[in-house]
Design a protein around this ligand. Structure first.
Ligand SMILES: [Zn+2]
Length: 331
């Protein structure tokens, strides 16, 4: 782990140079990172000392790479430093969607989505250290909309912020929402395993359904089925079975015919440009109490005795559109 005071400065200089591309997005991130920095500095200093001691004992560990995350040391503005191959990627996600600059595509309207999500497709819930993740086996699939191939459900997870004013990855007409659900499906017509689909770089390997979350006074009863299980997955790597029926349809907005779609990427390293993005126009709801529960998940393993901080935020700032067209399915 090559961290220290000098590296902190490095991160600031290199990472936030990109501010001009993000229309101030990173300033917002910077504020949160500044808040988080205070929280993480103490543990990082201790961690650095321990790592330096370890390095003295085992010099070969000096080449060990810092893993990506969302802190001041390893957050989105440092990812291209951690993984230089990201610098060449041009069609990244998330993006800012300006609805008056989207293009209405009548084909999308005439070719509705066909969802065949089984009621028991959500089988396990895991803390990945970056979010929670619900995975399933079986044949739940989706076709239609902007694609003709069949896509099979792989997993869903969420992105959220340190407070209720931020958290979603996509920004619509300048509004960022407190959270965003991502339902990831992989193309079984063209690819034989999810890994090949995710790495396709052809915008056809994955179809990710993005559902923006608004705050409501009442709890979301379907999300509550999941959140009740969070006490079983406090630490990274914790995993539990979902015994109750959690229908994917209940997590989607009622109107799935109105959406925005564009070609983009995974929003976490390696940020492969393999994704057909769907961002629904209609939002779903969660209560403040429920959003708070997301922030209680920890990003580390139970055995990391010196760092038990939470996943306070886990969203990537918006990326440049670079002349891509964002289509919409409604007039
Ligand atoms: Zn995601």
């Amino acid at each position: 782990m090559k961290t220290g005071i000098n590296d902190n400065n490095d991160v600031k200089q290199n990472g936030y140079d990109d501010k001009r591309h993000f229309n101030g997005e990173n300033e917002f991130h910077q504020q949160n990172y500044d808040q988080l920095k205070q929280k993480t500095n103490n543990s990082n200093e201790q961690e650095n000392k321990e790592q330096e001691q370890k390095h003295e004992r085992t010099p070969e560990r000096k080449s060990h790479k810092l893993e990506w995350g969302y802190s001041i040391l390893n957050g989105p503005t440092t990812w291209s430093k951690l993984y230089p191959e990201l610098k060449a990627k041009r069609f990244q996600s998330p993006i800012q969607i300006n609805t008056d600059q989207t293009t209405f595509d009548t084909e999308l309207k005439n070719q509705p989505f066909v969802f065949k999500y089984d009621d028991d497709c959500c089988q396990t819930l895991e803390n990945t250290g970056h979010s929670f993740q619900v995975s399933g086996k079986g044949n739940s699939c989706i076709t239609g909309g902007p694609v003709k191939d069949e896509y099979r459900f792989l997993q869903f997870h969420m992105h959220w912020g340190a407070n209720d004013l931020e958290g979603s990855e996509h920004v619509v007409n300048g509004s960022r929402y407190p959270a965003e659900l991502h339902i990831v499906n992989w193309n079984t017509t063209k690819y034989s395993v999810p890994k090949d689909a995710a790495g396709s770089e052809n915008f056809d390997g994955l179809m990710v359904l993005g559902v923006l979350v608004k705050i409501s006074f009442n709890d979301n009863p379907d999300m509550e089925k999941l959140l009740k299980l969070f006490s079983k997955i406090p630490y990274k790597g914790d995993k539990t079975n979902i015994d109750s029926t959690l229908s994917m349809n209940s997590l989607l907005p009622k109107d799935i015919s109105s959406y925005y779609t564009y070609n983009g990427s995974l929003t976490v390293p390696m940020c492969d440009e393999s994704v057909k993005w769907i961002v629904f126009k209609e939002k779903i709801f969660m209560s403040r109490r429920q959003l708070d529960q997301l922030r209680r998940l920890k990003h580390c393993c139970k055995s990391d005795a010196h760092d038990h901080s939470n996943i306070y935020l886990n969203y990537r700032p918006v990326m440049p559109l670079n002349n891509r067209t964002v289509y919409r399915s409604f007039p």
